[in-house]
Design a protein around this ligand. Structure first.
Ligand code: GAP
Length: 446
């Protein structure tokens, strides 16, 4: 569901726990402030070399789990800007809004459900100066073509869901699926948030991964429960997040999105408080019904056995990708006396291994280490480091979550083996060079 209540902490300076994550992300190239050389832009962020690997690994793991490995799911990749009629039919133009108040003195705007109206303005300190609350639509508007006139107004999508609904009939015709089945997609979504904040938690441009699971109405409770369990499995198994820090929260009617008859939010204990990670909604037949009404096209499902035509109902698991990255990073972060270890699940780690020649000034060690690095790169991403002492190199890889560090020493030249050091246990073992790829692949997939 659209985030409702946020507490004050969200708009304030990032708390201590977050400072460490933000600083690590910037220092090691996971996430950079967007347009920083021009002073940044309204809480926008860019993923750096390590961040893009982590993000892509999460996207790929999600696609594998929910699309590739299932016979009841297919994927699409749709346009970000859709015919504006889509947003009339979906109800977003009328109801996708947050309550907004403005300080009459300094003109700063706030989400009305985000502040204490009787308290002084957080920006200028004026008391009793807030305007009446009015609804502010979150759709991000643009114009298509050269003329900026009403006829050319279009909107960047605030969710992917509508792409799945407008393509429902075509997917059905081309894939001949039978109920129950799902259509999945991943990609950008845009919301003109009044108060973006808390690093990559709330931004105006973000990545979503979601699917619409089409079912018969009488089975909605069964499928809701099924997907609730599957979402929890994804969070704890694929992202490796501690289940104790995840809360399944029943969303009351007044806080649910306009299309939902039941919503359960998965909330995570971020350093700035317990907040939404994902949402699971029962969208009924609201969307297909409205698109049929507004488009005049028949969007009903025809039962191949009985010939009966009806609107399928929909269960929608929705996953914010940036929030997945954030919760995964926060949960993986361990610190012990200044030694930081990112205990990322091996599958998600940007590098699976790092290769070090014991001494950078011994050509025979460097040559063998380079050969091993090149060979391993054919199978997975591998870092290279020949600076400083081995201890420092281990710590540097721990901080970015690299599961295995491989050191090439003088014994390697004699015996054809190397030291492999495990990130989580710090244990070291000698492994034959010719068995390294298989060894690491086994650990990653195991
Ligand atoms: N199609 C359903 C839908 O869009 P939502 O709860 O409004 O539901 C889905 O959004 C998910 O998108 C949220 O659970 C959250 O993970 C993520 N999300 C929502 N707004 C966001 C924002 N401004 N920045 C980053 N992620 C956001």
């Amino acid at each position: 569901m659209k985030d409702k209540k946020t507490n004050k902490a969200e708009t304030e300076t990032i708390s201590n726990g977050m400072e460490k994550i933000v600083s690590l992300c910037k220092r090691r190239g996971f996430v950079f402030p967007g347009s920083e050389i021009y002073g940044g832009l309204a809480n926008s962020w860019d993923y750096g070399p390590l961040g893009v690997e982590l993000k892509n690994n999460i996207k790929q793991a999600w696609w594998d789990r929910f699309v590739r490995r299932r016979s009841d799911m297919v994927g699409i990749d749709a346009a970000l800007i859709m015919n504006p009629k889509v947003w009339e039919a979906s109800g977003h133009l009328a109801t996708f809004s947050d309550p907004l108040v403005e300080c009459k003195k300094c003109h700063e705007r706030f989400r009305a459900d985000n502040i204490d109206i009787d308290a002084p303005c957080a920006k200028c300190g004026a008391k009793g100066q807030f305007t009446e609350s009015k609804q502010f639509n979150l759709m991000l508007k643009t114009f298509l073509g050269p003329a900026e006139e009403q006829a050319n107004v279009a909107y960047f999508r605030p969710e992917i869901a509508q792409s799945m609904f407008v393509n429902f009939k075509k997917v059905l015709d081309t894939t001949r699926r039978r109920l129950p089945f799902g259509i999945a997609s991943q990609g950008k979504a845009f919301r003109n948030e009044i108060t973006p904040g808390n690093f990559i938690f709330r931004t105006r441009e973000f990545d979503l991964m979601e699917f619409e699971y089409f079912i018969e109405e009488k089975e909605w409770e069964k499928w809701f429960e099924y997907w609730q369990k599957e979402m929890m499995e994804w969070i704890t198994k694929d992202l490796g997040i501690n289940p104790k820090k995840v809360h399944e929260v029943e969303v009351p009617k007044e806080d649910r999105a306009h299309y939902s008859k039941r919503t359960v939010d998965f909330e995570y204990d971020y350093p700035f408080g317990q907040k939404e990670l994902y949402g699971l909604a029962y969208r009924t037949d609201f969307d297909l019904k409205n698109h049929e009404k507004f488009s005049g096209q028949n969007l009903k499902y025809r039962d191949p056995e009985t010939g009966e035509e009806f609107f399928p109902h929909v269960i929608e698991p929705s996953f914010g990708l940036d929030r997945s990255v954030l919760a995964t990073l926060v949960d993986a972060y361990y610190e012990d006396g200044g030694h930081v270890v990112l205990k990322l699940p091996f599958k998600l780690a940007p590098y699976k291994a790092a290769v070090f020649p014991l001494l950078a000034n011994k050509p025979e060690l460097v040559e063998l280490a380079q050969k091993i690095h090149g060979d391993l790169l054919k199978s997975f991403p591998v870092a290279w480091d020949d600076r400083g002492n081995i201890g420092k190199r281990y710590y540097s890889q721990d901080e970015i979550g690299t599961p295995f560090c491989i050191t090439v020493d003088f014994d390697s030249l004699e015996n054809g083996d190397v030291t492999v050091r495990d990130r989580d246990t710090a244990k070291q073992e000698r492994i034959k060079i010719k068995e390294l790829t298989e060894y690491i692949n086994g650990k990653i997939s195991g």
